[in-house]
Design a protein around this ligand. Structure first.
Ligand code: FES
Length: 157
C-alpha cells in the first residue's frame, strides 16, 4: 500500500523529533543548540597558526588561530570525527576567542565540558582532544613568533 505525501511528511517529522530528543538528552540544551547551528567550523586559510592531532579513537581535530593585538581574534575548528568532536571543537574555539596566550594556555578539556554542561561520559575524550589541539595551535603560534623575532633581530644587526 502506497503512502501519501501527508503520511510521508508526518513520518519524516516524527523521525526528526526523535533525533532532536536524542541529541538534547545526550548534550543538553546548550549542546543541542550548537549542534543545530554550528559555529566556528571550517579551515582558516589566513590563520597565524594551526594544529592537527589525531586522537586515540582515530578522529582528527584541527584548530586554527588568528591573533590581533595580542589576543585571539578568530578561532575555528575542523574535524572528521563525530558530532561530539564537532561540539567540543566549536566550544574550544569559542573559549579561545578574545583571550591572550597566557589565558589560552590554561583552557582544558574540563573547561570545554563545563561550557557544554551536559555531555556523554564515554565521549569526554573528545573535549580533551579539542583542548589538546588548541594548546598545540597556541604552541605553534608562539614558535612562529619566536622565529619571526629572531629573523628581525638578525636583519637589524
Ligand atoms: Fe573521537 Fe570524539 S569520538 S574525538
Amino acid at each position: 500500500m502506497a503512502i501519501d505525501d501527508d503520511e510521508f511528511e508526518a513520518a519524516v517529522a516524527k523521525i526528526q523529533q526523535e533525533v532532536f530528543s536524542d541529541v538534547r538528552r545526550a548534550f543538553g540544551d546548550v549542546g543541542f543548540e550548537r549542534w543545530r547551528k554550528t559555529r566556528y567550523h571550517g579551515r582558516m586559510h589566513d590563520a597565524d597558526s594551526f594544529a592537527r592531532i589525531r586522537g586515540a579513537c582515530g578522529d582528527t581535530m584541527e584548530i586554527y588561530l588568528k591573533f590581533r593585538d595580542g589576543v585571539v581574534q578568530k578561532a575555528t575548528y575542523f574535524t572528521d570525527g563525530c558530532g561530539s568532536s564537532a561540539l567540543c571543537g566549536s566550544f574550544a574555539a569559542e573559549l579561545a576567542m578574545g583571550r591572550n596566550p597566557d589565558e589560552v594556555c590554561r583552557i582544558t578539556g574540563a573547561d570545554v565540558l563545563k561550557e557544554l554542561g551536559t555531555f556523554p561520559k564515554e565521549e569526554e575524550h573528545c573535549a580533551a582532544l579539542a583542548a589538546e589541539t588548541l594548546q598545540e595551535a597556541l604552541h605553534q603560534y608562539m614558535l612562529n613568533q619566536t622565529e619571526r623575532r629572531s629573523r628581525e633581530a638578525v636583519k637589524g644587526s
